[in-house]
Design a protein around this ligand. Structure first.
Ligand SMILES: [Zn+2]
Length: 224
């Protein structure tokens, strides 16, 4: 499944039942960071423009922030003989283990300075349990520990969520899938995200899964 094969929703008008979820726009996921996503910094300006639309239309803007303690169990360095990118599965961790990244209070865990954080109503941190990874902004990888995002959005009567940020095939994908499970109408902003495609083919599989799950796709220029 390629982005070119997707159908995009058109003429989207934002209102106060809509939320923009901006996923993990942190230095460690940018080119030069510990877990870089290619061209991850090239979507920042357009994300800011869309965040501005949400702000001026009374939508709710949420940032997520990957926020690991040192020696987190999602890091390959926690396992002798393992390397970043290796497949690894245990309760709350996997299917891949990663280089050390987004360690709390380090430069790499900070949001990119160009991201307009002032538009955000809330920042949801995830991945802070030492033994549990969290790709999704809603629920950690043990599928039990909620971040509080669903409750926050429900209390504000949010019906539609729009997802952008990094990385397409991990944190954005899992947030989108969980968004459906939590009862939201989910839109994926395909030109406001970049993927890592690990293992190869993962981006394509993620897009296909999302389509099958009923997630809608759109692009920046389709907001009115
Ligand atoms: Zn992480």
């Amino acid at each position: 499944m390629n982005i070119e094969n997707l159908t995009f929703q058109k003429k989207i008008a934002i209102n106060n039942n809509d939320s923009l979820l901006i996923i993990d726009m942190q230095y460690d996921f940018m080119p030069g960071g510990a877990l870089p996503v290619e061209e991850g910094d090239q979507i920042i300006d357009d994300i800011n423009l869309v965040a501005e639309i949400f702000k001026s239309s009374n939508g709710i803007v949420v940032l997520t922030q990957d926020w690991h303690p040192k020696n987190h169990k999602s890091f390959a360095s926690s396992y002798p003989g393992k390397n970043p990118g290796d497949e690894f599965q245990s309760e709350g961790i996997g299917p891949i283990i990663w280089p050390d990244h987004c360690v709390q209070n380090t430069y790499g865990s900070k949001f990119h300075e160009d991201l307009k954080k002032e538009y955000a109503h809330a920042i949801i941190r995830k991945g802070y349990h030492p033994k549990i990874d969290s790709y999704s902004g809603f629920i950690e990888n043990d599928k039990k520990s909620e971040t509080g995002l669903a409750g926050f959005l429900n209390s504000l009567k949010i019906k539609r969520i729009f997802i952008c940020g990094l990385a397409l095939d991990y944190c954005c994908y899992f947030t989108a899938i969980d968004g459906i499970d939590f009862g939201f109408e989910v839109y994926f902003l395909v030109n406001l995200t970049k993927g890592i495609d690990l293992p190869p083919g993962n981006i394509s599989n993620s897009l296909e899964d999302m389509k099958n799950k009923g997630i809608k796709f759109t692009i920046k220029d389709n907001f009115v």
